[in-house]
Design a protein. Structure first.
Length: 347
C-alpha cells in the first residue's frame, strides 16, 4: 500500500517530527511512504520523494518541512478535481495524509468528497482548528513570543517607553493571550474581544501614577477593529489589501498603527515590534516534537484502520480522531473565561 504525505499552508515548527513519525510507523506496518513536494501542487507537478529511514533520520529537531509547502488548492483551478484524481491514480497512492491548518483541512474535505482516501493532521501556530485541544507549533510560537516580551521589558523599563508587540493570530488570539499572560504584558488585544484604545491608554496612565513608567502591550495581527477606531487612518485600506493563495487578506502592521495612536493619545513615547515569521521559524520545542510525533504515529494507525475522511485530534491526554467535516465546521477561538484571566492584569 502506497501512502502519500504532504504538508500544506504555512510552515510550522514540528512538521518534520510528524513526517518522521508517519514514515517510521508506516515502515513498521509494511507501507510504502512517499513525500509529495510543495503541498497539493506536488501532485500536479508529479514531484515526489520516496521516504524511508534514511530520509527522516535526524529531522525531528528541524524547523520547517523537508517536503516543502504551498498554499495551492487543486479545487481552485479549472478541471482541478478531475486532474487531481487522474494524477493520484497515476502515482498509485492508496491514501494521502495531509498535514495542514484550517485552510488545508478545507482542501482535504473537498478531496475526501471527491473520493480520495484522506487523513488529516492539524497544523497551525494559531491553535484555531476546532476539535483538538492543541495543534503542534503553537507551543513553539508562544515560547518565542514570550521570550520577545521578556526582552522588550528590559528596554521598555530602561527608556520609560510603551512597547507594542504584534504577534500572529488571524481570527484567534491564542498566541497573544498565552504569551501576554506568561510574559507579564499589561494589555492583550485579540480579535475575539475588542477593546477601545482609550482603555489601553487608561492602563498606561494608571501605571504611570503608580510609578510604572513603561508598559507592554501585546496585539494579535487579526485585531483589525483597531483600524476602524483610528480616525486618522486616512487612506482606504481596501486599496492596500493583498490576498494570499487561499484568498485571505494578508495581515500585519496593526502594531505600528496602534503604537502611533497610543503615543498620540497618551503622550508616552511608544515603539512597535512586529514579530512576524520569527514565530514560525526555528527549532520546535520538546512539547511540539512530542505532540507532532504522537500525531504522526496515530495518523498512520488511522490509515491502517481505514479511518479516512478524519483528522487526528488531541483531547486531554489522548490522541483520537474526528471527521474533517467537523474540524472545519467552525474556528476554535478564545473563550470569555480564558480572556477574563488575562483581563485581571489590565490595571
Amino acid at each position: 500500500m502506497k501512502i502519500g504525505i504532504l504538508t500544506s499552508g504555512g510552515d510550522c515548527p514540528g512538521l518534520n517530527a510528524v513526517i518522521r513519525a508517519i514514515v517510521r510507523k508506516g515502515i513498521q506496518l509494511g507501507y510504502e511512504c512517499t513525500g509529495i513536494l510543495n503541498g497539493w501542487k506536488g501532485i500536479f507537478d508529479e514531484h515526489y520523494l520516496p521516504l524511508g529511514n534514511k530520509e527522516v533520520s535526524g529531522i525531528i529537531n528541524r524547523g520547517g518541512t523537508i517536503l516543502g509547502t504551498s498554499r495551492f488548492s487543486p479545487f481552485e483551478v479549472a478541471n482541478g478535481r478531475d486532474f487531481l484524481l487522474e494524477k493520484i491514480e497515476c502515482a498509485g497512492f492508496n491514501a494521502i495524509i495531509a498535514i495542514g491548518g484550517e485552510g488545508s483541512m478545507h482542501i482535504a474535505q473537498l478531496a475526501s468528497e471527491a473520493g480520495i482516501n484522506i487523513i488529516g493532521v492539524p497544523k497551525t501556530i494559531d491553535n484555531d482548528i476546532y476539535g483538538t485541544d492543541y495543534t503542534f507549533g503553537f507551543d513553539t510560537a508562544v515560547s518565542i513570543a514570550t521570550e520577545a516580551i521578556d526582552r522588550l521589558h528590559t528596554t521598555a523599563e530602561s527608556h520609560h517607553r510603551v512597547m507594542v508587540l504584534e504577534v500572529m493570530g488571524r481570527h484567534a488570539g491564542w498566541i497573544a493571550l498565552y504569551s501576554g499572560v506568561a510574559g507579564g504584558a499589561d494589555v492583550v488585544l485579540i480579535p475575539e474581544f475588542p477593546e477601545k484604545i482609550d482603555e489601553v491608554v487608561k492602563v498606561i496612565k494608571s501605571r504611570s501614577k503608580r510609578g510604572k513608567l513603561f508598559s507592554i502591550i501585546v496585539v494579535a495581527e487579526g485585531a483589525t477593529y483597531i483600524e476602524d477606531e483610528i480616525k486618522t487612518f486616512a487612506f482606504n485600506k481596501k486599496e492596500f489589501e493583498k490576498l494570499d493563495d487561499f484568498g485571505r487578506v494578508r495581515l500585519g502592521g496593526i502594531g505600528s498603527l496602534l503604537a502611533e495612536e497610543i503615543e498620540r493619545r497618551s503622550g508616552f513615547e511608544t515603539r512597535a515590534t512586529i514579530l512576524g515569521y520569527v514565530q514560525r521559524g526555528g527549532v520546535p520545542t520538546a512539547f511540539d516534537r512530542m505532540l507532532g510525533t504522537r500525531y504522526g504515529v496515530y495518523a498512520m494507525e488511522m490509515n491502517h484502520e481505514k479511518k479516512f475522511g478524519r483528522m487526528a485530534a488531541l483531547r486531554g491526554e489522548i490522541i483520537t480522531d474526528i471527521s474533517i467535516k467537523e474540524a472545519i465546521s467552525k474556528l476554535k477561538t478564545v473563550d470569555k473565561n480564558t480572556y477574563d484571566v488575562a483581563k485581571v492584569f489590565f490595571s
